[in-house]
Design a protein around this ligand. Sequence first.
Ligand code: PHE
Ligand code: ZN
Length: 854
Amino acid sequence: MTIEATANEQFLADYRPYPFDLKQVALEFDLAPAATRVLAALDFQPRESGADLVLDGGKQIKLLSLTIDGAVPDAAHVSRDDETLTIAAAALPSGPFRLETEVQIDPSANTAFEGLYLSGGMFCTQCEAEGFRHITFYPDRPDVMTTFRVLVRSDQPVLLSNGNPVRQEPGLAEWHDPWPKPSYLFALVAGDLVAVSDHFTTRSGRDVALNVWVRPGDQDRAGFAMESLIKSMKWDEDAYGREYDLDVFNIVAVDDFNMGAMENKGLNIFNSKLVLASPDTATDADYERIESVIAHEYFHNWTGNRITCRDWFQLCLKEGLTVFRDQQFTADMRSAAVKRISDVQSLRARQFREDQGPLAHPPRPDHYEEINNFYTATVYEKGAEVIGMLKRLVGDDGYRKSLDLYFQRHDGDAATIEDWLQVFEDATGRDLTQFKRWYTDAGTPRLKMAEDWGDGRLTLRFTQNTPPTPGQPDKPARVIPISVGLIGPNGDEVLPSQILEMTEASQSFSFDGLGARPVVSALRGFSAPVILEREIDDATRAFLLAHDSDPFARWEAGRDLALSALLQLAQGNMAGDDYIAAIGQLIADENADPAFRALCLNLPSEEEIATRLSARGVVPDPDAIHAARTDLARRIAETHEALLSNLYRLMAVPGAYSPDADAAARRSLRIAVLGLLSRIDGGDRAEVLFGTAGNMTERMAALVCLIRRGRGQTALRLLEEEFGDNRLVMDKWFMIQPMVAPVAESVQIAQTLAKRKDFDWKNPNRFRALLGGLAANHAGFHRADGAGYAFTADWLMKMDRANPQIAARMSTAFETWTRYDAGRREKALAALQRMAAMEGISRNLREMVSRMIA
Ligand code: PHE
Ligand code: ZN
């Protein structure tokens, strides 16, 4: 690798269509670990005369032969650089022609897991975003779509690719995908695999064979993934009228995978942690995540595959929409209220954090250096929020009509955000010019709300303001849908939820004819991804926590109460009595959903407290935050000990483990209670639970408590003895230790773990477990002496040489560095500069680090 001195910036404004149509593609693979041969026949049709044929293709590809309509072109007309192969226009016929190439690649040397690689002896591919160019020479861009015929020769027993099977013989398989697709949706798998199989009959009567392929021995852990797939297929028919369009749908689990999962046409490839689950190895959270990611990838078949993206700037067109759809799915399968609250929690933890720092970017960026750095919370989660707002503004019917029109108008297209918005304008007659700012502008708007009361009239005055983000100093006002309800002094709702549409920088809305001054419940359901700032005292918050009919707003009131106490405590003031009293009432409320009560009981994370403090202009002190949170949790436990002990007994789930939502809800409350009680019982309950629980959910929860109490050693050892050869369980084992360890020990624990033989750091899950575990220990990672920063930087540099995508993604541990005190900033900056100066740094990591230093 060489240092790339020149920036490789790509700009949205530079988009040009590809000058050739690609009519069809035939590929032949002769698989061998170190020397795989790929024959490609591409049928091109020029769209304009005089254009050179530029194909993407990395320098690792060895070109063995190249012909045009069977003839070898003059060598002077063929040129290569590190990233492309060009055939000069002079060597091309003016009409249709066939380009044939034969190349050789080395999957065994591919540690970046991009293109064709080996995972535990099995061949597999990852092509999004630009992996196909590591397989063969090709116009590797999403707006070039065509049909693929794929022949695979290999001695591996199972040979899979996209589309429908044409031929299966020992050592050979042929697949044909009738649906035109871009190269990023190509996939190939060859390995020793077994399937859990089922089938699904679509609403028009097509029988689809379904397979979840796993390694021999893992079959008994693939059933839940299959159930989730069948539910997803049914849901997309019912909710969106979308039917599956091939004879087979294959899912493959692989152990080495950079991301969660991938929606390749008819052949989804999954990180094994998002497929494999059994009660003794997976937690409730794992089950829920598997269900939602299986759904997500399946839903891409329409939102992503049948309608794809014109270019990578439009990534949120498929990702925002598909996240929105998987959120709707989970809301339907489980508790909608709980789902909404957890989505907001993770939006705030990941996307607000991103938006407030040097990596802020709009859901649709207009420039990038490395597209893999833009698979972010902003593109995914904020992209989904934007769609939620659109739906709120046009209503359920308007949304349905718009989506029908989108599928009808753009099926088979590589579309843009402009196309998407146009559909809504045409279907509903609404002007979305201002709304589009949500796609083009970065940053989280601050929404201030003030109240005026007199003569039976309540006036709400809103002001919006979005702080500057890199490259975007001034932000015009956006349209913000604000859902508001009014609650009378006796707790009854006097005005049910309605949407106020704010379009100006400041704007007032009045409500007349009110008998007594109501309490305002604002931003119900989190109707817009903004930070609401209102003057409200703890008594009003407690009132909302007791009476609000909107579950999100109710939870939010409790959250604000907790935060208000924590922010005080973290700054050395006494606080928390109001919160402790209010939470006591809530946990005693037997009518409330246990999962909801659990969400209310879980204190905001230290990261969230730091983010809030810094949004208010206070420099967060990680140690003080940690102490404040620990102290508040202990006081809750002391005050409500009797109530909590009772609840702990009450919420035990009798009988065999089932991952269903109700059982999971009871366990989540029980675990939240255990977390509090273990602050005062020395960890005794946790020790009992660890020894008796028959499922990983409770064992993990107990382990967290034990480690926190400094008595995790035995449990850790037992877990290792039992699951030492189970990668997924050991990932948890690696993650939890640096994450939960006492602040002073976390870095040292990470260092010790990193020396173990089974710290197989090239495996992305294992690397993420250890480094991500440390990064999740807020006070540990941000240790004042900079040891957390230095350790992380060392490993990111090491990883960058093997797998730049993973190094770049994990570097976001540093994205908040500017908000801390001068001492910490100096040490974080030193770590960032050390990375920036690394010889041979990848484009991925270099872009991230330079954005963070800028
Ligand atoms: N497109 C995948 C998804 O979100 C994510 C992904 C991106 C996977 C890039 C691999 C590589 O569903
Ligand atoms: Zn996706």
